[in-house]
Design a protein. Structure first.
Length: 251
């Protein structure tokens, strides 16, 4: 194997877990491995949030039998497969109307990273002691942050603004207005970490997350994931959301 993967979750102050994640490894020719990592943060209340997340992950990982290339068409079609899965379930069960997911998937083929995301689940790269978010945030937070830069809001106001968690795009059985797709974005270096997370991890600032990664760098990926969520628990906000972290280390 040319990578290791671990997944860890925190229930938070919620009655049920509505995040779900899984991954698949395909052995390609010449000993090349292809990793497909996916995380979904379900919406739809206690009854249907996890169902939506489960449908999304299964739809993504149910790869075409002849699939060998990760390209823009494949990544966009995976979002359409998820939309179709949710739409079919909602048609058969009208009480599920309104359920959906924030969805994030990353692929690593031959050490090259690509991704597709809809919603606010963050994708991070930890490389050489630095941390950066790679994918777009489809919540209202980037819009509000622009308002701060323009002097229309203060930092204090944005911290408590109820609009910050509203999604501008998600997957709910119909077309998604915003989809972030990046193909062959970068070539990973040995020991790089790719982190897929639900938005519950945003209890930590990026600086706090970086500090955890720096201090737990020598641990296994399972140990790192647990340390991240322990820190989320330590800083848990009132009504702390579910928090999940899938960590991939390139070897």
């Amino acid at each position: 194997m040319n990578a290791v993967v671990a997944f860890c979750q925190l229930l938070g102050d919620r009655p049920s877990q509505q995040d779900y994640a899984d991954y698949r490894v395909l052995d390609l020719s010449a000993g090349l491995e292809s990793y497909y990592l996916a995380l979904a943060d379900g919406m739809g209340g206690e009854s249907f949030g996890f169902l939506a997340a489960d449908l999304a992950i299964k739809a993504f990982l149910n790869l075409p039998v002849d699939h060998r290339v990760v390209d823009r068409k494949f990544l966009l079609s995976s979002i359409e497969r998820i939309n179709q899965a949710l739409a079919a379930s909602i048609r058969e069960n009208p009480q599920q109307h309104g359920m959906g997911v924030s969805f994030l998937a990353a692929t690593v083929v031959g050490g090259v990273l690509s991704w597709v995301s809809v919603g606010d689940s963050p994708l991070y790269l930890y490389q050489g002691g630095t941390l950066r978010r790679l994918n777009q945030d489809h919540s209202m937070l980037p819009i509000l942050s622009k308002m701060v830069k323009k002097g229309q809001l203060s930092e204090a106001e944005i911290a408590s603004d109820p609009r910050r968690g509203i999604l501008r795009s998600c997957i709910k059985g119909e077309s998604s207005p915003l989809i972030d797709v990046q193909v062959d974005f970068l070539k990973l270096e040995p020991r790089d970490l790719i982190i897929l997370a639900s938005d519950g991890i945003n209890t930590l600032s990026e600086q706090a997350l970086l500090s955890v990664l720096d201090s737990s760098w020598e641990l296994s990926v399972d140990g790192i994931a647990k340390k991240v969520l322990e820190k989320v628990q330590d800083h848990a906000s009132p009504n702390q959301d579910n928090a999940s972290a899938m960590i991939y280390r390139f070897l």
